[in-house]
Design a protein around this ligand. Sequence first.
Ligand SMILES: [Zn+2]
Length: 154
Amino acid sequence: MLLTKNFPLAEFEFSHTALMHGIDNNIPPEMFVRARDLAREIMQPLRDFVDSPISVSSGYRSPELDRILKNKHQGWISHSQHTKGEAADLRPPFGWTNIELAQVIINLGLPFDQMIVELPNRGWLHVSHRSGRNRREVRTWLGEPGVYPLGIVL
Ligand SMILES: [Zn+2]
């Protein structure tokens, strides 16, 4: 099943950690629409603009998976929107940085709720979408506990 033409649901649900711990990480049916809207409103237009594959390193996280990740990684921030099917971590395609992807999302006027530029220039981009109530908040994560307003002018 596809969320949009370039984003399979299976990729949005896949997690190495869930696999290793035998956790069911299938998105509950009532959350599917949120994931589909995130892909439709943000991920697919972004992907179309950059015209290169963007992989989802983490999409849906069941509450159990989220707990394990929190315990496992020091400085890990639990983005609860992953547990609601509203958020995805996007790996920039070759030749792009996470800051540039955030810039494209802003320039295209896409209705994001929150973006977190995780490890600027070398990491990934966390992006969320909520139907009808998007804050357009941009923050950064520097590998320590806590997220901060992005000190980089986009
Ligand atoms: Zn995230």
